[in-house]
Design a protein around this ligand. Structure first.
Ligand code: DGT
Ligand code: CA
Ligand code: CA
Ligand code: ZN
Length: 587
């Protein structure tokens, strides 16, 4: 296990100990241990080999043993045993927003609750409100949290679904019977969450492909198994549909099952207007209801021979429409007149802003982040750790910020990396709209990301005015995660996006497309109109470790759904252009 994985286990142990009501000092020792490990500059393997772990402040004897065991074996008996002593229902309850280990323990001790069902019942009976430290409001919030959790569990984060889908697609393509295979549906369209996976396969034989698909490791249940299709449910709850078609139908099936439904309806209408009938089986002269199906079921093959989607679109007088744009939101009209945008691609990015280090709540040091950006071939890496009001994230005060600026200057001067590190801050927008640092402090930075991290319950009007005040602040260069949403976990706070976009354009402030797959905030649905009116985007990974830098890919997918070109995105520009843009904005 690497140091970040070990730190995760230590944090888990702390939560489990808290659920069990163990001594708070013990809990804190594990949390401190996790933080110390994350901040460790040296190579962990070396430190362990040289038996120097115990010399580091924050690691007692017990921690040294556990870290060593995790590092060398990838397992820890103490952790496994501890997990076995805590009811799984209690751990599940941690997924309910607003419920921490302390409250769960109180519910368990005082009301004997150890499942989510039990908790729902106790809330309905008003027993939770009656507990000290809870009250009516908190009972309502718990109930709402449970309902959200159920609704959310029906969909899955795109990044998670993609990781499941990729090896299946590769496996399908490697089967000898398979001629072509693609994923379709919302995953192919780049939606931020997906309901289920859809695979389309052209194969010479059906049965062996179906057998392979239903017997993958991780398949918990086979929900359908037929002549041309199969459906399964994986252990995570994610489901997948497989459809197998003859090679000549592949393109039509792929287009149909990529969707969206709205796009399909408009495409079918367009075909009909040209005397053609478009379906998942083919494109044929429209002769009335049922024709295509009858032909597909054994009649002569009269469908036009079409080998790829570009040809399908061109038969209907359209330029190729990238899957991300197929939402029935005007893409067909644009494709007709040749006005589809040239969408941004991964390779267009030259760097990113909004990244964290161990100075605040990141898990890798400045040097490690710079090395990782270098390895990605980036020209620049913006470091924007939290500011002091975000004390829960170990935000920097003025003195620590000045130290960081000096460290970044020294690193750049050292020539150790090719990447140029930029000094920024993710500066809190305080509840009244003032910035957490004064102007003189902010003026020392290359750029400033302004973000809301507290007082989420403000009314929409108050929140909107608060953010606009920050946008008008002279040193703010970009707005971080506009709505604070966490997909499938936490609703957005109320904010008037149209007004914020107007203010950002007027003040030449960038709005970020936070590329963390749980955020993807600002939402793709708002970018097209914004960019048309002159809004500038930055695709920001909000990386909290070196691996997080590659989140930019998810941001690019969302940007493509938002019709953005590389001209709309600041971090496609060269370092010199970026510095000019950031420096010249408000003067
Ligand atoms: P999801 O799975 O909820 O994230 O969304 P999709 O878009 O993947 O939907 P899914 O899996 O139900 O179906 C895949 C595609 O198949 C969908 O995008 C369009 C097409 N499709 C499914 N049902 C219908 C339908 O009733 N009418 C039309 N025109 N197309 C459909
Ligand atoms: Ca789907
Ligand atoms: Ca489906
Ligand atoms: Zn933030």
């Amino acid at each position: 296990m690497n140091k970040n994985e070990i730190a995760d286990v230590l944090n888990d142990i702390a939560v489990l100990l808290e659920l069990k009501g163990e001594n708070p000092f013990k809990t804190r020792a594990y949390q401190t241990g996790a933080r110390t490990l994350e901040a460790l500059e040296e190579d962990l393997a070396t430190v362990i080999a040289e038996e120097r772990l115990g010399k580091i402040k924050g690691f007692g004897e017990a921690l040294v043993q556990k870290i060593t065991e995790l590092h060398t074996t990838g397992h820890l008996k103490f952790y496994e045993d501890l997990k076995a002593t805590v009811a799984p229902g209690l751990i599940e309850m941690l997924e309910i927003p607003g419920l921490g280990a302390k409250k769960i323990k109180a519910l368990n001790e005082q009301l004997g609750i150890d499942t989510i069902e039990g908790l729902t019942k106790a809330c309905a009976e008003g027993k939770v409100a009656a507990l000290a430290g809870f009250g009516e409001k908190s009972q309502e919030k718990i109930l709402a949290g449970i309902r959200n959790r159920e609704a959310y569990s029906k969909r899955h984060l795109r990044a998670v679904a993609f990781d499941v889908a990729e090896p299946i697609l590769a496996g399908l393509r490697a089967l000898p019977e398979v001629q072509r295979a693609e994923h379709a549906g919302s995953l192919r369209r780049g939606m931020e969450t997906v309901g289920d996976l859809d695979f389309i396969v052209a194969a010479s034989q059906v049965a062996p492909v179906v057998e392979w698909f239903v017997s993958r490791p991780g398949v918990k249940e086979v929900t359908a198994k037929g002549e041309t299709k199969a459906s399964v449910r994986y252990e995570s709850g994610l489901q997948a549909d497989l459809r197998i078609v003859p090679a000549e139908q592949f393109v039509f099936a792929l287009h149909h099952f990529t969707g969206s439904k709205d796009h399909n309806v408009q495409m079918r209408q367009r075909a009909l207007a040209r005397g053609l009938s478009l379906s998942e089986w083919g494109l044929v002269p429209a002769e009335g209801e049922g024709t295509v199906k009858a032909k597909a079921a054994g009649g002569p093959d009269v469908s036009l021979k079409i080998i790829d989607e570009a040809e399908l679109f061109s038969h209907l007088g359209l330029k190729f429409i990238p899957p991300e744009l197929r939402e029935g939101l005007g893409e067909i009209e644009a494709a007709e007149v040749g006005e589809l945008p040239r969408l941004i691609e991964d390779g267009d990015l030259r760097g990113a802003f909004h990244n964290h280090t161990t100075a605040s709540d990141g898990r890798n040091t400045l040097n490690e982040m710079a090395a990782a950006a270098d390895a990605l071939g980036w020209e620049y890496l913006g470091i924007s750790d939290h500011s002091k009001a975000s004390f829960q994230a170990n935000g920097l005060n003025e003195a620590r910020l000045m130290e960081q600026i000096a460290a970044i200057e020294a690193l750049n001067a050292s020539g150790r990396f090719r990447v140029r590190v930029l000094s920024g801050s993710e500066c809190d927008i305080l509840a009244d709209g003032r910035m957490d640092f004064d102007d003189a402090t902010l003026a020392k930075l290359d750029y400033v990301v302004a973000s809301v991290h507290n007082a989420f319950a403000q009314t929409e009007d108050v929140m909107t005015a608060r953010i606009i005040k920050a946008i008008e602040s002279p040193h703010v260069s970009m707005l971080g995660h506009l709505t604070g949403r966490l997909l499938l976990q936490r609703e957005a706070y109320g904010v008037n996006a149209a007004k914020i976009i107007d203010a950002a354009i007027a003040n030449k402030v960038v709005i970020e497309l936070n590329a963390n797959p749980w955020r993807l905030d600002m939402d793709w649905r708002l970018w097209r109109r914004g960019a048309e009116r002159g809004l500038m985007c930055a695709i920001n990974p909000d990386a909290h470790d070196t691996g997080g830098l590659t989140y930019v890919h998810h941001g690019v997918v969302a940007a493509r759904k938002g019709w953005l070109t590389k001209e709309n995105v600041l971090n496609t520009r060269t370092l010199a252009e970026v510095l000019t843009w950031l420096g010249g904005r408000k003067r």
